[in-house]
Design a protein around this ligand. Structure first.
Ligand SMILES: Cc1cc2nc3c(=O)[nH]c(=O)nc-3n(C[C@H](O)[C@H](O)[C@H](O)COP(=O)(O)OP(=O)(O)OC[C@H]3O[C@@H](n4cnc5c(N)ncnc54)[C@H](O)[C@@H]3O)c2cc1C
Length: 618
């Protein structure tokens, strides 16, 4: 293959999936001359699996990406078919937005945004090699023989590295949805010192809407009284598409049990480790054998397609078995499958080899993001892409990286878990992974993160002005909420809610903590005019959870104390007496940045931390 110079750029992003898009935009929007390469321009921001953005804890991540100046939230609002708040019946800390997206529109809009971004070149080409000199990246090489020189590379190759798709006896070397795989880059990564693992995930069939009897199914409509994903969007569509609920049944389960011997998963053909929280239907039937039925959602894939995504029915059973089992489901008795379900195995790397900046420890200038780091999900990928892209940009600009901590956001929790604990299966974000959930709500992400995105150069003037306006409104609302009312001013309100006449002045905050909504209080007392609903919502939650927030603030202060205790990068852990052997080895491998991170490494005990503190003092 004849080698030629394809170009000279400051940065290269390998991949145009959810991680690659955010990384490329973060680089180009902070003035870095960037080239983004993908195997196929038609896979830009491709939703290989469910046509939705958000969900529990994932909604928080989308809003964090938006607050930092990322694109996913803006794009998701433009391609919305339906949006809902999940866990409405629970506390605000675990409520999350989930949007049904028009896949093709999502792809087309993101591609357009990328094409119209200055400093960004997009090229359809396979990267086969990452070039380095003296443990520093100098460029990449494509399958065409083209060499692109650069100072930083973000690797965001998703599920394509040695991608292998499987269903029953059918197995092909392939990316998702028939896209080509990338079968050469893994060898280059291993040569550079990456530890590579094999993971898998799966997707359900797509069936034709025309062949479904929706009349017998439970309809689930969207919601219009919800905020959009992005702080730059002015509302959600009033006209939304419904989803439908249906269930598997004993007949479905019988067919699955009768064909488990043909399941590559149970026949030991699939070696990759799958996501615990997105199990295939055969896995669910085996693991929850006592369950008579499993809930399924029929989700529209777009306005200009008949394709319906059967959420909850992912499988790698053979096509003939799929045909039978899908037709046992209520409403799908005559369904026409348009795309069969399959599983995909792919290579990913050990995230313990990364710094919290997502830079590779062994070669300077290589960053990795997304599914390649062992996560699963568009949102998790996009969040890492933004951080990796921003940190590649900050490195090129000679500035300190942006490291989000566990109290800054779910992105801080996600990345800290990856680089401190690692993962042995596809990592999906969940609210239970975060310690400070009431602080990390969806509604206040801009207050926590927009200043950080601004400092890193990614938050535009337009976004920053909107943030400052919200912040000022919130300060005004907070003062009003703490203002005291004489008992007679709020007596009727209290009586309506069955409370006795108070014998002291009360603030709106006190009334909110008694379960009276701020809307009612504002209508009764006035004074909140001109403050937007989303700001009133945040002010109300801050008042309602005042006690919990104060407690979390104390915990965060204690947390920060250990996080601020920096550990020198060159400590010889192996020679520190008093540290247990396992701790020495783990600390030596992971090289934590601070005492807090050291304490979260599995196998490092509180006693080991005490030894380290004494060592540091000396
Ligand atoms: C079958 C299937 C089922 C899934 N199921 C779920 C699920 O149930 N739940 C869930 O949360 N997530 C699921 N996902 C995962 C979800 O799709 C990914 O998490 C998400 O797309 C990852 O984004 P990414 O940016 O890391 O990679 P991807 O979106 O996979 O994009 C990778 C990009 O890299 C490019 N690329 C790769 N190698 C090269 C190379 N050598 N040179 C140039 N370009 C290259 C590709 O062309 C593509 O543009 C599933 C994915 C698949 C394929």
């Amino acid at each position: 293959m004849n080698e030629y110079v394809e170009g000279n750029y400051q940065a290269v992003v390998i991949g145009a999936g959810h991680a690659g898009c955010e990384a490329a935009l973060a680089l180009a929007r902070t003035g870095i001359n960037t080239a983004m390469l993908t195997l196929n321009l038609d896979s830009i921001a491709f939703m290989a699996c469910n046509p939705s953005i958000g969900g529990t804890a994932k909604g928080q991540i989308v809003r964090e990406i938006d607050a930092l100046g990322g694109e996913m939230g803006v794009n998701a609002d433009k391609a919305l078919l339906q949006i809902r708040v999940l866990n409405r019946g629970k506390g605000a800390a675990v409520q999350s937005l989930r949007g049904q997206e028009d896949k093709n529109r999502y792809h087309a809009l993101m591609k357009q945004t990328l094409e119209n971004t200055p400093n960004l070149k997009i090229l359809q080409a396979e990267v086969t090699d990452i070039l380095t000199e003296n443990d520093k990246v100098i460029g990449v090489k494509t399958a065409f023989g083209g060499v692109i020189y650069c100072e930083a590379v973000v690797v965001a190759t998703g599920v394509y590295l040695n991608g292998s798709v499987i269903a029953g006896e059918w197995k092909r070397s392939s990316g998702p949805n028939g896209f080509q795989p990338a079968n050469e880059l893994t060898a280059s990564l291993i040569k550079l010192g990456f530890n590579v693992k094999r993971f898998k995930t799966g997707t359900p069939a797509r069936v034709s809407a025309k062949s479904i009897d929706f009349s017998v199914l439970e309809k689930q409509d969207g919601e219009t009284d919800v905020f959009p994903f992005s702080f730059l969007s002015d509302g959600v569509p009033q006209k939304q598409r419904p989803c439908y609920l249906t269930y598997t049944n004993e007949k479905t389960h019988e067919i699955i049990r009768a064909n488990l011997h043909r399941s590559p998963l149970y026949a030991g053909v699939i070696h990759g480790i799958g996501p615990r929280y997105c199990p295939s239907i055969e896995d669910k039937v085996v693991r929850f054998a006592d369950k008579e039925r499993h809930q399924l959602f029929l989700e529209p894939e777009g306005d200009n397609t008949e394709e319906i995504y059967v959420q909850g029915m992912s499988t790698s059973l053979p096509q003939d078995v799929q045909k039978q089992m899908y037709r046992t489901i209520k409403g799908l008795e005559h369904c026409e499958i348009m795309r069969y379900a399959y599983a995909i195995e792919y290579d990913c790397i050990d995230s313990l080899d990364l710094y919290p900046s997502l830079e590779f420890k062994k070669v300077s200038g290589i960053f990795t993001a997304g599914q390649i780091n062992g996560t699963s999900g568009y949102e998790e990928a996009a969040g890492q892409g933004l951080i990796a892209g921003l940190n590649a940009s900050l490195k090129i600009r000679g500035e300190e990286p942006l490291i989000l901590r566990r109290n800054d956001g779910y992105l801080g929790v996600l990345i800290d878990d990856l680089v401190t604990k690692g993962t042995n299966e596809p990592y999906r974000m969940m609210t239970s992974r975060a310690e400070y959930r009431i602080t990390l709500r969806e509604d206040n992400t801009d207050l926590r993160l927009t200043p950080l995105g601004r400092k890193a150069g990614l938050v535009s003037d337009y976004r920053y002005e909107r943030y400052l306006k919200r912040k000022a409104e919130l300060e005004k609302a907070t003062v009003l909420i703490e203002k005291l009312y004489k008992p007679k001013e709020v007596l009727s309100l209290l009586t309506e809610h069955g409370f006795d006449k108070p014998n002291a002045a009360l603030s709106a905050g006190d009334l909110i903590r008694r379960g009276i909504s701020l809307k009612e209080i504002a209508e009764k007392t006035g004074g909140f005019e001109g403050i937007s609903d989303d700001v009133l919502y945040t002010a109300e939650l801050n008042a309602k959870y005042d006690g919990y927030i104060k407690k979390e603030d104390e915990q965060i202060d204690r947390f920060k104390k250990l996080e601020d205790k920096v550990l020198p990068p060159d400590i010889d852990y192996l020679s520190i007496n008093g540290l247990r052997l396992e701790a020495r080895q783990k600390l030596d491998k992971i090289r934590p940045q601070n005492l807090g991170q050291a304490g979260r490494i599995s196998g490092v005990s509180p006693a080991d931390i005490t030894v380290l503190m004494v060592y540091l003092k000396k």
